[in-house]
Design a protein around this ligand. Sequence first.
Ligand SMILES: CCC(=O)SCCNC(=O)CCNC(=O)[C@H](O)C(C)(C)COP(=O)(O)OP(=O)(O)OC[C@H]1O[C@@H](n2cnc3c(N)ncnc32)[C@H](O)[C@@H]1OP(=O)(O)O
Length: 319
Amino acid sequence: MEIATCSRMVLCALRQQVLRCSSHCRTWARLLQRQRSSCVYSSIHGFNQDEIKEKLQAFHGGSIDLLKQDSGIAVLTINNPSRMNAFSGSMMIDLEERVSQLENWPEGKGLIVQGAAETFCSGSDLNAVRAISNQQDGMKMCMFMQNALTRLLRLPLISVALVEGRALGGGAELTTACDFRLMEAGSVIQFVHKHMGLVPGWGGAARLVHLVGSQNALKLLGGAVKVDPELGVNIGLVDGVLEGHQKTEGAAPLLQQAENWLSRYTKGPAPVIQAVKKVVLSGRELPLSEALRTEKDIFGTVWGAPANLEALASKSKHK
Ligand SMILES: CCC(=O)SCCNC(=O)CCNC(=O)[C@H](O)C(C)(C)COP(=O)(O)OP(=O)(O)OC[C@H]1O[C@@H](n2cnc3c(N)ncnc32)[C@H](O)[C@@H]1OP(=O)(O)O
């Protein structure tokens, strides 16, 4: 082969390699951008994620487990039963990683957040809280958890917190980072922060005001009120009450009941369900003009897409 031909082939291969790399880089940049835009704090707010991760890692125990199912419904389990599912530092890191996995799940439609061993979550691990009770570390942990829970709420999945037993302190805050809350009969959600000389810091107060209004939020936080399912439904915090399967003979396991409840909203193709969540999210979070423009963009992703064309071809009637 001539030297000129050979060098042309090498150059061509190199160019293709560069193009492949830059396309990868663009994809990564888009992913990073998407992840960053879901966060509340970044380096411009003096937040250094790696630094706080290193601190949190020292307080280990328990795990956050993720099960992605073929149905498109994932189950996220807060798993630290010997401490009533309190959040250790390593579990906070786990949570952030599981949220990243869910952000990159094109087939996903729904998410159930539950606690292990028949209780939801007793908030942050008091041993870790004592060890990082200085102001600086407290602020960093607060920013880390606000980022993780904001990203959880902004997932393009319809999410539900399945509350069994107790959801206390940070556990109560976690329930507000889901789209819906289901409570087992006999369970309790309680913002106990005031009793700990605290206020919510994982974004739970801001989300609670959106969910139940400022009057009710003030009552729940100011009185550290024990919210049972009846009160939860009355004030609009809770979307459904499930039968305790251990107390009610013949009742389905709680997780099954929660999946059945959620499935009415996750029926259909993933891109459509994700688009539904995104338009609601933009309406919830953005000023009207911006929400309208975002809605137009999201509409553009489903208009003329396979599910839309299939529905048009089938001449469906909505009786
Ligand atoms: C973001 C701000 C926050 O989240 S501040 C944290 C707010 N949470 C709390 O203060 C919860 C304190 N814990 C309690 O009130 C009780 O332990 C509750 C959850 C009601 C359970 O009571 P009870 O059924 O009698 O069990 P118990 O007290 O014997 O607990 C079993 C073991 O679990 C532990 N545990 C419980 N909660 C936490 C926690 N948040 N952090 C660390 N450990 C916790 C208990 O200490 C107890 O452990 P052990 O068996 O004594 O070794």
